[in-house]
Structure formats: structure tokens, C-alpha cells
Design a binder for this molecule. Sequence first.
Ligand SMILES: NC(=O)c1ccc[n+]([C@@H]2O[C@H](COP(=O)([O-])OP(=O)(O)OC[C@H]3O[C@@H](n4cnc5c(N)ncnc54)[C@H](OP(=O)(O)O)[C@@H]3O)[C@@H](O)[C@H]2O)c1
Length: 266
Amino acid sequence: MPTIQNVAILGASGNVGDVVIPKLLSEGYTLTIVLRPDSKPFNLNGIDVEHIRIETASYSDVESMTAVFNGQHAVIEAFNPAAQVHQRSIVKAALAAGVAHLLTPDFTIDRFGPHIEEIPIFNPKLRAQRELEEAIEEAQSEARKHGRPEPQLTWTSVLTSLWYDWSIDAGFSMINKEKRTITRYGSGNQRLSLTRQERCGDYVVAILRNPERYRNRPAYFASTTIAVNELIALVRELAGADDEWSVRDVPLEPQRQAAFKLWDED
Ligand SMILES: NC(=O)c1ccc[n+]([C@@H]2O[C@H](COP(=O)([O-])OP(=O)(O)OC[C@H]3O[C@@H](n4cnc5c(N)ncnc54)[C@H](OP(=O)(O)O)[C@@H]3O)[C@@H](O)[C@H]2O)c1
């Protein structure tokens, strides 16, 4: 595999791009930001533009995506989950352009766990993974049939765990700063992995520096691993006696059933 220097990013203007782009530039990578035809102009304020190029292509147009990917060693799929439906055409373009390594549209919790299919929101990520592997297999078998060298696209699924700072600010966390509550599901003794959003940049660099180590597999990263009961003690200690936080207990099984009912009702 070539040393990775040129990196294309899809969905650069979002939550992943915000933290990954400054880190990649500080590490000396050359970046190509791939906008969609209906993207807003990319905001270059405060960014070192010397090592950045901006291109526009539709994710579903293999020919124009191939042209944009030419000369790229790696592609990062940092886009919104709504764009995962374009995985097959993006992978075909990466194969046609001879990209060496792809970071799949993940940056999420462990989607390789045995019960992941029970969480319907992950279905598009699982479909994108199947389409990635099928497209690579098809391209390789086509090359073998015609006696051509097989394309060598490899991939890594970056599993960052939940971004705790982002999820608190976005109101998706078990920690609610406004209401001063912490939600505890079940006993609260299970340990869970959490990360700071900013650390996604470090995780991406770790993979781009050593893609062989992370070749064709999930790569697990976290800033910390902690049980909710430990988190409750920590928050109370930091808040002090005058800042009262309460615990909201949610039993697991009724919660699970309520969640499935909501999903069925869309
Ligand atoms: N671990 C966590 O706690 C956590 C939290 C949030 C998100 N994530 C993950 O991070 C990744 C990015 O998700 P996000 O929700 O944060 O993305 P986002 O910031 O909402 O969107 C990122 C970019 O995707 C591009 N895009 C492409 N197609 C789009 C479409 N149909 N609608 C909207 N934007 C589109 C846009 O960039 P352009 O306009 O420049 O093309 C957009 O700025 C996902 O894989 C997600 O699962 C993880």
C-alpha cells in the first residue's frame, strides 16, 4: 500500500469534518474536499488553504466521482447518515480511481456487535458495509476474469464510541445539563465507552499512518470507559454540594419495548 498523503473527504462541512480537517492539515496531509452540487460553499475561515483543494461531484455519479478521486490515496466518508445510500457508487469510483484505503461512514458505536440488527437506526450502515464488500468483490472477480491486476482497495470502520461532549450539547446524552439529571438505564453498573468528539481527528490519523494495521476491519477507539454509576459520582463531586443533580432510573425492558413501538410508528 502507498504511503497515504492525499486524502479526499466527503461531508467535510459536518461534525466529523470539523475536527478531522484541522488535525489532518496539522499533520501535513493534502486534502480534497468533495462537495455535492447542492452543498453550501465550504467555509475556509481559519483554514490553511495551501494544502486544500475543493471539488464538486454528485455521490451517485461514478464517472465524476472517479475523476475527483484520481490521485487520492485515501477517502474519508464523513457525511451525514442520509448519504449512506450512495455507498455503492462511491466505492465503485474509489475502485476505478485506484484509491488505496477507505474510511467507511461510521464514527459511531460498535456496529459489529451481535445484537446490532435489533437497533433499526443502524440498518443503513450495515447495508453500506454490505455494498462496500460486494463492490470490492465484484471488481476483483471482474479483474481476475479479464486477467487484469485486482484492485486493492482496503477499508477501516472507525468506531469512536459516543461523543460525550457533542451528545450533551445536542441533548442526546444521559446527562442533561439544563434539568440537572442523569438517566440510568438498568443497574448502571455496565461500563460503556465514550470519547471527546475532537479525538476523532487523532483516530483518523492513527489509521492513515498505519492502514495495514487497521486493514478491512473495525477499529475501536475511546477516550474513556466508565459505568453510569461512576459517572453519577463524578458529576456530583464536580458539581459540589450547592448544585444538586438527580438520577432518573429507566428499567431496561419496558424502555426497549417502547423504543420498538416508536420505531414501528415511524
Ligand atoms: N459517535 C457519535 O456520538 C456520533 C454523533 C454524531 C454523528 N456521528 C456519525 O458521524 C457521521 C457524520 O454524521 P453527522 O450527523 O454528524 O453529519 P452532519 O454533520 O449532519 O453532515 C455532514 C455533512 O454531510 C454532507 N451531506 C451529504 N449528504 C447529505 C444529506 N443528504 N443531508 C445532509 N448532509 C449531507 C454535508 O456536507 P456537504 O454539504 O459539504 O456535502 C454535511 O455537512 C455519521 O457517520 C454519524 O453516524 C457519530
